[in-house]
Design a protein around this ligand. Structure first.
Ligand SMILES: NC(=O)c1ccc[n+]([C@@H]2O[C@H](COP(=O)([O-])OP(=O)(O)OC[C@H]3O[C@@H](n4cnc5c(N)ncnc54)[C@H](OP(=O)(O)O)[C@@H]3O)[C@@H](O)[C@H]2O)c1
Length: 253
């Protein structure tokens, strides 16, 4: 079984469907039941659980739900939030901890809780290029993704019973990108860049990201899997996973 947090929309949804197409059982987790239900209805192999991964009690709920599951093949820490999009001077503690809880803490505590069942399996942390450059108003997001990248390396160093990797999935046509293009985004340069990408049909489709992640999870050997922080724009591996009609366009546009 594969567990995908944030599986009711965007990348998580596309990945759930792509794994199911490869015959894998999937549990998707998120807060909005309607979205989870809609995804699960598309395949008998997909089940869902409502849980907020920023809350310790809900992580325990996920562990309890899986008590009868013998083995978990993969955990994809994909749930993410870009909120608060706010000046660094105005971020409040509740918003900050909610973002860090979702984007970072879950990738520490969920593998801890599921470790025994995950033995021999893979954990994939969905990071972001925003880990490596500051975007005005995105402090909590950039910091959480930078920390997630380091957390992945710390897991790799200390625990060899599971395989860990992190991935930069690109600039993707999802709900999160809608926020990035909206008037709420304080960084005019990036907002205009994202709007240009959308206008010119250069955002990556979630289904293309799913092809990439499925290749990482199912078709790479363990040594290669943990060998780098994966970047969808790295042309060195496009030929391994891109199949028509999927395409990925370089972001430097
Ligand atoms: N779109 C991009 O351009 C882009 C670029 C780089 C990285 N990423 C990363 O890709 C991942 C997926 O994002 P996306 O682009 O597919 O956007 P999305 O459609 O907004 O997906 C985010 C998912 O996370 C879930 N989620 C958020 N907070 C949660 C919480 N506390 N507990 C459980 N689930 C939660 C949401 O569902 P609920 O609200 O129902 O809980 C939603 O399904 C994120 O980690 C994001 O940072 C995206």
């Amino acid at each position: 079984m594969y567990i995908i947090t944030g599986g009711g929309s965007g990348i998580g949804k596309a990945l759930a469907l792509a794994l199911a197409q490869r015959g894998k059982a999937v549990l998707i987790v998120g807060r909005r039941e309607s979205l989870l239900q809609e995804t699960a209805l598309k395949s008998d192999l997909i089940k869902y659980l409502c849980a907020d991964v920023s809350k310790p009690d809900d992580l325990k709920l996920i562990q309890d739900y899986l008590h009868a599951t013998r083995a978990i093949t993969g955990l994809i820490n994909n749930a993410g939030t870009i909120h608060p999009v706010a000046s660094i001077m105005t971020i409040n503690s509740i918003e900050w901890h909610n973002t860090l809880g979702t984007n970072l803490d879950a990738a520490l505590f969920l593998p801890q809780l599921l470790h025994d069942k995950l033995a021999g399996g893979r954990v994939l942390n969905v990071g972001s290029g925003a880990a490596y450059f500051a975007i005005k108003g995105w402090t909590a997001y950039c910091v959480s993704k930078a920390a997630l990248s380091m957390l992945t390396r710390c897991w790799q160093q200390e625990v060899d019973t599971l395989s860990f990797a992190s991935v930069m999935p690109g600039i993707i046509d999802t709900q999160m990108q809608e926020i990035a293009r909206s008037g709420d985004n304080m960084d005019a340069e990036h907002t205009n860049f994202y709007r240009r990408l959308k206008r010119n049909n250069r955002l990556v489709a979630p289904e293309t990201v799913a092809e990439f992640l499925v290749w990482l999870l199912l078709d790479t050997d363990k040594t290669r899997y943990g060998s780098q922080e994966w970047d969808i724009y790295d042309t060195a591996h496009h030929q391994e996973w891109l199949k028509a009609p999927h395409q990925v366009l370089h972001w430097d546009f």
